[in-house]
Design a protein around this ligand. Structure first.
Ligand code: ADP
Length: 698
């Protein structure tokens, strides 16, 4: 037991039994206990989450890209506006420079020199002409940087443009420009040229014109700063987008940001187009995109970690479910009842073995509050007190203690209880854990062995009595033989002188004959007892039932007269002969008849009648026949407590009784193959019945 208690404590007590698990079906490991979300549902949720996050990230990156693009476009627009300003400023400076040429009333020759040096500083101007008010050429100078542009195409060809420019100049009373035109060159190429006309005035009088032919490409090259020309392809275009002059080369295949700016000049309007050959924003063009990307990476990493964490959690849950299933299977297979109670005495867990033991369902056992339903009401107070002692901190004995529980049907049974404190994961005691063993079978076996021991002791006493009886029978044989001898001698003497005796003699010889008979009978009884005690082979003889009755009736009548009992005998016609130990069976009949008569020996019994019946019986299914004897009295019957001990040796309710009669009768009847039975006689009294095997001869 101690060993068992040790195991129990080691294995179970360190477990925690939360109240919920008591609803074992919640964790049912057949196994509803741990219901994990379905894999499909979980995967769908995860898929949706990943999709949403991916969409969010894509949108963020797209927005960042759009923002960056708009930034680049804005910068191009800004640069284009600045470029227009630069070009306009260059034109204005040129106008001032050209005005200086006419400042000191030059002669054509001196003008040519000044104009030549001016042109050497202004590469964008192909030719300078000084014309009179009728547009007749006074002097002209060509740029020193290239072959004269108008050699191939005569200057007269472009007279109209010059005229338009000067007409504009006249109209504006100031410098004016004409629309550009294409001038083919000697090398097969050509260039776009724009005429500029500066009216020359003397006071309010128009004295002539200064014509400058601008090469538009060179205007771009000379007017713009280096960073602009390096980063952009800049061109003058017509309204429909046709390029007139281009400077800078574009990078093919990359995205081009384009900005167009109108450049209003007196007399004409130019469109400046700037193409940025910077590629579209890179993947990480700025801090914003980088940040978004970083956050995205972090988010994806977190998602990954989360996924890993979930995977681990599901694995842990799965393992836990396995462990719980194993534990439940273990608890279910236990024959030991398990019960957990909290510190308030409420049952928080029971295993199936315990429910089976007490016959209550789990719900019924967990519902109760003050006293458990399996406490017998008569012990309720004592058990409550026991619990109070326990809760006061007194540890129950390790070897367990015994108690009595009540099943649902009200029957009581003994249990052996081992209790140990229930410690949770934090090392705090949360209640008590009990293992319960139903020890009723054990107690029954103990009772059986005790009864066996008692029987053994009784048998020993019987053996002693048997020895005494044997001794007595041996000792009594001698005097009985002498009595018998003297009786026979007396009888012989009486018979030898029949006259001498007279009537008294006849009576006397009858009495002596009876003495001889009874002495002989006593001898037989003693011999039978002797044989019985010595367990010799019993002599079985064929006896007519009536003969058995005839033998005992004289003695029965003797006692019946004393007790005022009427004795009746009934032998059913056709009753077979019995095969039996005649003397012992007579002893049995005598005993039963005497007991029956003594049972009626009370003043309350008015009708005192004893009936001895004999009848033949047929055994079921066989041809074997039996002879049934019954002895019925009209006494008070046998009380239930007496019935239990009726056949016990030395049990008697009589002051002078030995208590051996019925025990002996049962032994004799059992030796003949049957059992001695008794039942109530109606309206009152008792009937003892036994059977003897019938002899083959009728
Ligand atoms: P004894 O006659 O010496 O008491 P027995 O073994 O013959 O011993 O009987 C045991 C007891 O059984 C008696 O004391 C008596 O109380 C009870 N008993 C036996 N036969 C009867 C009967 N016919 N009616 C009532 N009680 C009986």
């Amino acid at each position: 037991m101690v060993h068992y208690a040790d195991c129990f404590e080691d294995v179970i007590v360190r477990q925690e039994f939360p109240a919920q698990t008591a609803n074992a079906d919640a964790l049912n490991v057949s196994q509803p206990a741990l219901r994990l979300p379905s894999t499909v549902r979980r995967r769908t949720l995860w898929g949706a989450l990943v999709l949403l996050v991916a969409a969010l990230l894509a949108m963020l990156i797209w927005l960042a890209g759009i923002y960056e693009t708009s930034q680049v476009q804005a910068r191009v627009e800004r640069d284009a506006a600045e470029a227009v300003g630069d070009i306009r400023a260059a034109f204005t400076r040129n106008v001032q420079g050209l005005q200086v040429l006419q400042y000191a009333d030059p002669t054509p020759n001196s003008w040519v020199i000044d104009a030549g040096s001016f042109l050497s500083e202004h590469r964008e101007i192909l030719r300078l002409e000084w014309r009179d008010s009728a547009l007749r050429l006074q002097a002209h100078v060509d740029t020193p940087f290239r072959a004269p542009a108008f050699d191939r195409q005569g200057r007269s060809e472009v007279q109209s443009e010059v005229a338009v420019a000067c007409a504009n100049a006249r109209r504006f009373s100031g410098p004016a420009y004409a629309s550009s035109y294409f001038v083919p060159m000697a090398d097969g190429l050509g260039q776009e040229v724009m005429e500029f006309c500066l009216p020359l005035q003397n006071g309010s009088k128009l004295t002539g014109y200064l014509i400058a032919s601008y090469a538009l490409r060179d205007v771009l090259e000379r007017s713009l700063t280096r960073p602009v020309t390096r980063n952009y392809q800049i061109s003058f275009t017509e309204g429909d987008g046709t390029r007139l002059a281009v400077f800078g080369s574009s990078r093919r295949g990359s995205r081009i940001f384009t900005a167009r700016q109108l450049m209003d000049l007196p007399g004409t309007t130019l469109v400046l187009r700037m193409d940025s050959w910077r590629a579209a924003p890179d993947l990480f063009p700025n801090v914003l995109t980088a940040l978004v990307t970083l956050v995205s990476i972090a988010l994806v990493s977190v998602l990954g970690l989360l996924g890993e964490d979930m995977r681990r959690r599901f694995k842990a849950e799965h393992d836990l479910a396995d462990v719980l299933a194993f534990r439940k299977a273990m608890e279910d297979s236990l024959v030991t009842g398990l019960r957990a109670r909290d510190l308030q005495g409420r049952t928080t867990y029971v295993n199936p073995a315990f429910c089976q033991m007490v016959g209550f369902s789990t719900e019924e056992l967990l519902e109760h509050s003050a006293s458990a339903p399996y406490w017998p009401p008569e012990f309720g107070e004592e058990y409550r007190h026991r619990e109070l002692v326990r809760h006061a901190g007194n540890v129950p004995p390790r070897e367990g203690y015994e108690s009595v529980f009540m099943r649902k049907d009200g029957s009581r049974f003994p249990v052996l209880i081992f209790e140990a404190p229930l410690i949770n994961a934090q090392g705090v005691q949360t209640g008590w854990m009990s293992a319960l063993l139903d020890v009723s079978e054990q107690r029954r076996l103990e009772e059986l062995s005790r009864a066996g021991l008692e029987r053994l002791q009784a048998t020993a006493r019987l053996a002693t009595v048997g020895e005494m009886a044997s001794l007595l029978s041996h000792e009594l044989n001698q005097p009985l033989a002498v009595i018998s001898g003297y009786a026979a001698g007396s009888l012989n003497l009486l018979r030898a002188d029949p006259q001498g005796a007279g009537e008294i003699g006849t009576e006397l010889s009858l009495a002596v004959q009876r003495i001889a008979e009874q002495a002989e009978r006593a001898g037989k009884v003693i011999k039978s007892v002797h044989d019985f005690v010595r367990r010799r082979d019993h002599v079985r003889e064929v006896v007519a039932p009536q003969a058995l009755l005839d033998d005992i009736l004289p003695l029965v009548h003797l006692q019946a007269r004393q007790l005022s009992v009427r004795v009746q005998t009934e032998v059913e016609p056709g009753t077979p002969f019995a095969l039996c130990d005649r003397t012992m069976v007579e002893q049995v009949l005598l005993n039963l008849a005497r007991n029956g008569m003594q049972a009626m020996d009370t003043p309350q019994i008015m009708e005192r009648s004893l009936l001895i019946r004999v009848r033949g019986l047929k055994a079921n299914g066989t041809s074997k026949r039996w002879v049934e004897f019954s002895v019925a009295d009209l006494g008070a019957g046998i009380a239930p407590e007496v019935q239990q001990q009726l056949f016990k040796p030395f049990f008697t309710t009589k002051a002078e009784g030995m208590g051996l009669g019925l025990s002996l009768c049962r032994t004799v009847v059992e030796q003949h193959g049957d059992a001695l039975e008794f039942s109530a006689n109606l309206p009152h009294g008792t009937v003892f019945t036994f059977t003897l095997p019938a002899a083959d001869v009728a």
